[in-house]
Design a protein around this ligand. Structure first.
Ligand SMILES: [Cu+2]
Length: 142
């Protein structure tokens, strides 16, 4: 009896291990075409748009953002839900997929941005698994 229980526990552990092995691929994040656009209407506010590419086999999540040169700037993740800008706490980046952050959709939003900015800043993207990714970001206009 005791032996049979141990045996079935062993089988269960093996199944769990196999399932884990099949899903443990790593994400590989690459960011393209990043731009930071200061708001023409709201002082100290800027949005950022970019393509987040996950070339790896595992999923990841964007969970935060900041601007390296301006640590006091507050960064948020936003989405447009039913035409209304809404703060979200994470943005999923599935394996082998590209997530577009663009005007009218998912985007980053920064508050407390200085009036005059250099031509390029470093946006810091914080991912659940990949950690912090530094992104050279062009400062532009819409
Ligand atoms: Cu926004």
């Amino acid at each position: 009896m005791q032996r049979r229980v141990l045996w079935s526990k062993g089988i269960l552990l093996l199944i769990v291990f196999i399932l884990f092995a099949c899903t443990k691929g790593k994400p590989e994040i690459i960011v393209k075409g990043a731009t930071l656009i200061p708001s023409p209407k709201m002082k100290g506010v800027a949005s950022a748009f970019m393509f987040i590419v996950n070339e790896g086999d595992g999923s990841d999540k964007l969970i935060g953002c900041a601007i390296k040169e301006y640590p006091s700037v507050r960064g948020e993740l936003h989405d447009m839900i039913k035409g209304k800008m809404t703060r979200v706490l994470e943005i999923s980046v599935p394996p082998k997929e590209t997530v577009a952050l663009k005007a009218g959709g998912l985007h980053l939003m920064f508050f407390g941005v200085p009036d005059s900015l250099p031509k390029e800043v470093t946006v810091l993207l914080r991912f659940e698994k990949s950690g912090t990714v530094e992104v050279k970001t062009q400062v532009g206009t819409l």
